[in-house]
Design a protein around this ligand. Structure first.
Ligand code: NAP
Length: 307
């Protein structure tokens, strides 16, 4: 008699991976994180798998930093197709990959893994996901925009690189630790040596995290992107106060926990167009699906699953 297998859990652990037992529809994809409980990726990717008639599931895995290496070794053996990595693994996993695409090398962070013949290949879909999200939300391409990026961490580096690759008109990076913003700007210098002429303002620069610097730059940019976690925690302020924002701006907050993050609220109050990061989550996820299965992702089904 065929033994009935268990149904999927909401969160798996390292201990589960060590004594892995398949469930009815086998789990061959997942997200590793700590914390991971609130990840929206399972609902988005499972909707895509179902729509595409791919007979597998995507699950959450609570994996701590000290478990990452061993967990990735197990994943190689369990014939997983791929993984997403989130906090705190995006940088730590770099040294554990067999190969990585050029984006990962430049950004220094990996958010998608594909497993092929037991080998791990790393990708980063945040930048391209962001670009698609901006086009969808504001009907405009990065190449036509003057962009101010807040932050110089993993997400900011992916976004800044994408802006540079698409030859945006201007790129300004503001970071709390100024030197990190400066380093990021310096690493992108070669992309900005082209002939676009903009008058007295620099095409590429890092600025300090200061009100006066924001004030000057806001008159000279079209799009502000928040790639810091400021706004994630209840009670957080907007990274840029409403009085500094202006109606000509487009504002993209990569945080997607609330429809109206503090920055989105401040921007709307100032008469600007603004959106949270749900569309970036959607598009980076769709790109991951395409990396895993080499076929187009069912975008509208995925959107509905997280909407
Ligand atoms: P990260 O690598 O830890 O970088 C965090 C950045 O934020 C650093 O530049 C840090 O500045 C800055 N920062 C932290 N606290 C700050 C504060 N209180 N004031 C000003 N700056 C502060 O993090 P990450 O992986 O880039 O993620 C950043 C955010 O992006 C996350 O909160 C997440 O919501 C969002 N995200 C969204 C998506 C999506 O699909 N929508 C994808 C990826 C990430 P210092 O250098 O000075 O420390």
């Amino acid at each position: 008699m065929k033994k009935k297998r268990a149904s999927a859990k909401s969160v798996y652990t390292f201990a589960d991976l060590k004594s892995w037992r398949d469930v009815d529809l086998p789990i061959r994809l997942g997200v590793f994180g700590d914390p991971v409980e609130h990840s929206l990726s399972p609902q988005m990717q499972n909707a895509a798998l179902k729509q595409s008639k791919i007979e597998m599931q995507y699950a959450r895995f609570h994996i701590s930093s000290d478990e990452l290496r061993a967990a990735l070794d197990l994943i190689r053996k369990l014939e997983f197709v791929g993984l997403n990595l989130t906090i705190p693994h995006k940088i730590a996993a770099l040294g554990l990959l067999d190969s990585m695409d050029d984006n990962v090398k430049r950004i220094g962070a990996v958010n998608v893994l594909r497993i092929e013949n037991g080998k791990l290949r790393g990708f980063n879909t945040d930048g391209r996901g962001f670009s698609r999200a901006v086009r969808e939300e504001f009907s405009v391409d990065l190449r036509d925009l003057r962009v101010l990026v807040l932050g110089a961490g993993g997400a900011a580096r992916a976004i800044a690189l994408q802006c540079a690759k698409e030859n945006c008109e201007r790129l300004v990076i503001a970071n709390g630790t100024f030197e990190k913003g400066q380093q990021l700007a310096d690493s992108l210098r070669t992309f900005f040596e082209g002939p676009k002429v903009l008058g007295p303002v620099a095409r590429l620069q890092a600025i300090p995290w200061e009100e006066r610097a924001f004030q000057f730059q806001i008159a000279n940019v079209d799009l502000i992107v928040n790639a810091t976690p400021v706004g994630l925690n209840p009670g957080d302020p907007s990274p840029i106060p409403s009085r500094l924002l202006a109606p000509h701006l487009m504002v993209y907050d990569t945080i997607y926990t609330d429809t109206r993050t503090p920055l989105v609220s401040a921007a709307i109050e100032a008469g600007a167009r603004a959106t949270n990061g749900l569309s970036m989550l959607l598009h980076q996820g769709a790109l991951a699906f395409e990396i895993w299965f080499q076929r187009e992702a069912p975008l509208e089904v995925m959107r509905k699953a997280i909407g």
